[in-house]
Design a protein around this ligand. Structure first.
Ligand SMILES: *[C@@H]1O[C@H](CO)[C@@H](O)[C@H](O)[C@H]1NC(C)=O
Ligand SMILES: *[C@@H]1O[C@H](CO)[C@@H](O)[C@H](O)[C@H]1NC(C)=O
Ligand SMILES: *[C@@H]1O[C@H](CO)[C@@H](O)[C@H](O)[C@H]1NC(C)=O
Ligand SMILES: *[C@@H]1O[C@H](CO)[C@@H](O)[C@H](O)[C@H]1NC(C)=O
Length: 493
């Protein structure tokens, strides 16, 4: 019913906007925002009683991040709330996606030890935003698990502990901030937490079969971590629905990440490979939370390595209905059936596809600074269609953006004249607009990643995704790039 009303609204309220002579039509109530995450921008890692997270430990382990970079200081956002919100106001931004650092509120991750100074900090931040007419979209978990939960219970490998402690933490957030926060995102990119954290170990907690010091099991652990995260999401959603949604009037969902996988050829096996990739990437999380179980293709391929939901867990999943689909999307690759048989037995072997960014010697798009990021705007239109066809739910694009080739090495004047990023954003927003207008896909909002250059995890500070330049060597001075001005114009119109 809500969807029908939404689609009607889209139709009735559609207005044409113009930008630099190019039309990008969006519905009048479309949410234009920008996004960040706590560990990537806040710094103040040891201040006001914050406990360590798995990212503090990982980034301080030699050899794990580019040039040993950590989030100890990051963009110093913790001390610059007023200044940063003013930059948002200057742009006319009305929506801001941020995350809460779990270990600021609960230094040990557990509810028996609440850090009031952490609560005070986010109260202050949320108040500044709201006072300035900016609505926060708040992510509860953007990769920074309290270290104590990892050390003491095994973190996401421990299903029962995960559900209990994430549930307690989520409840605390709803209770403390839900009077002002009306949009909640439980998890950001659980795929990355599961695969990068437990299969190849390039993200915290840095576990894999051959990893040191955290030796894990690259075959089993990614599936176990994902399973705990899915169920923890469901606990949080159920808590919100039962105890807060009616009185607070907000919404809750999860954010998942995927490239679009374009079939390399028209051959049925490549079409199947594309579909299989999407189901392994998005369906792994979205099928359980929207349909109550893993995609059948994952069960067929992974067999008993894929955990099963008990009857009562399935009931929980079906009760805990998410209100929207959060999608982080950056790029597109060609996908085909694997030509060689793999001896591995891990997630990627089960997915069993080959990916490439070239066809007949031609690249799929221009490469950005990150080698995984090719600029392919049309892929955005296809992926939101895929999501809507499968799940029939309203979509927020909770992240989209790029780094600019060599941006970190460019002189300041050239770095802030980021025409490459402007054309990326223009292309992707145009593709999303087409999905809304021509395909009737209910995309309700879009958040540029990122509001400012920040700590890009294992890539340290060398990759810049911001629409504001941060001069780390000059007291973290912020400067609006051309893309911030362009986006501000788009929002105005
Ligand atoms: C928090 O955890 C640390 C280490 O695990 C422990 O030393 C400390 O006593 C804990 N604090 C509380 C209040 O539970
Ligand atoms: C992967 O696909 C190839 C064909 O593309 C097939 O020969 C092989 O058996 C498949 N392996 C798995 C694990 O599905
Ligand atoms: C920014 O770069 C474009 C070409 O990439 C150039 O035409 C324009 O003059 C530059 N603007 C400024 C302010 O430097
Ligand atoms: C660095 O920036 C902060 C926040 O804007 C400011 O309070 C401080 O005075 C600056 N320090 C120097 C040395 O410029």
């Amino acid at each position: 019913m809500r969807l029908v009303i939404f689609c009607t609204l889209l139709f009735v309220l559609s207005v044409i906007t113009f930008t630099r002579g190019h039309k990008i039509p969006f519905p009048k109530d479309f949410v234009f925002g920008t996004a960040t995450a706590a560990y990537q921008i806040e710094g103040a890692a040891k201040e006001d009683g914050r406990g360590p997270s798995i990212w503090d430990e990982f980034s301080h382990t030699p050899g794990k991040t580019f040039q040993g970079a950590t989030g100890d200081v990051a963009c110093d956002h913790y001390h610059r709330l007023e200044e940063d919100v003013k930059l948002m106001v200057d742009m006319g931004i009305k929506y801001y996606r941020m995350s809460i650092s779990w270990s600021r509120l609960l230094p040990n991750g557990t509810i028996d030890n609440i850090n009031q100074r952490g609560i005070d900090h986010y109260n202050k931040e949320i108040d500044i935003l709201v006072k300035n007419g900016i609505k926060p979209f708040v992510t509860l978990y953007h990769w920074d698990l309290p270290l104590n939960l990892h050390k003491k219970y095994g973190g996401w490998l421990n299903k029962d502990a995960s559900m209990k402690h994430f549930g307690d933490y989520a409840d605390l957030c709803f209770k403390s901030f839900g009077d002002r926060v009306k949009n909640w995102i439980t998890f950001n990119e659980a795929w990355c937490s599961s695969v990068l954290g437990y299969l190849n170990g390039v993200h915290a907690p840095g576990r894999c079969t051959n990893c040191k010091p955290e030796q894990g099991d690259s075959i089993k652990e990614p599936y176990l971590a994902a399973h705990s995260i899915i169920l923890s999401h469901a606990v949080a959603v159920e808590t919100y629905k039962k105890r807060y949604q009616q009185s607070q009037g907000g919404f809750i969902g999860m954010t998942m990440n995927s490239d679009w996988g374009e079939p390399l050829t028209d051959k049925p096996e490549d079409q199947d490979a594309s579909e299989r990739m999407m189901e392994f990437q998005l369906g792994w999380f979205a099928d359980p939370i929207f349909k109550g179980d893993y995609p059948p293709v994952m069960r067929r391929q992974a067999g008993s390595l894929l955990p099963t939901f008990t009857y009562s867990e399935k009931q929980l999943l079906l009760r805990a209905k998410s209100d929207f689909f959060g999608l982080n999307h950056y790029s597109t690759a060609y996908v085909s059936a694997r030509s060689s048989v793999s001896n591995d037995n891990d997630y990627f072997a089960h997915m069993n596809v080959s990916t490439t960014h070239e066809k007949d010697g031609k690249p799929i798009g221009v490469m950005a600074d990150s080698p995984w990021l090719y600029v392919v705007p049309w892929g955005a239109r296809r992926i939101v269609n895929w999501v809507y066809n499968r799940y029939r739910i309203k979509i927020y694009v909770t992240e989209n953006g790029c780094d600019v080739p060599n941006e970190d090495k460019l002189p300041f004047d050239q770095a802030i004249n980021d025409t490459f990023r402007v054309s990326y954003l223009h292309g992707y927003l145009n593709a999303i607009s087409e999905a809304i207008q021509q395909d009737n896909v209910p995309v309700a909002g879009y958040f540029v990643w990122s509001f400012m250059d920040n700590y890009e995890w294992a890539d340290g500070y060398a990759k810049r995704f911001g629409i504001h330049y941060v001069d780390y060597a000059k007291n973290n001075t912020r400067t609006a790039k051309a893309s911030a001005k362009w986006y501000a114009e788009l929002i105005k119109q």
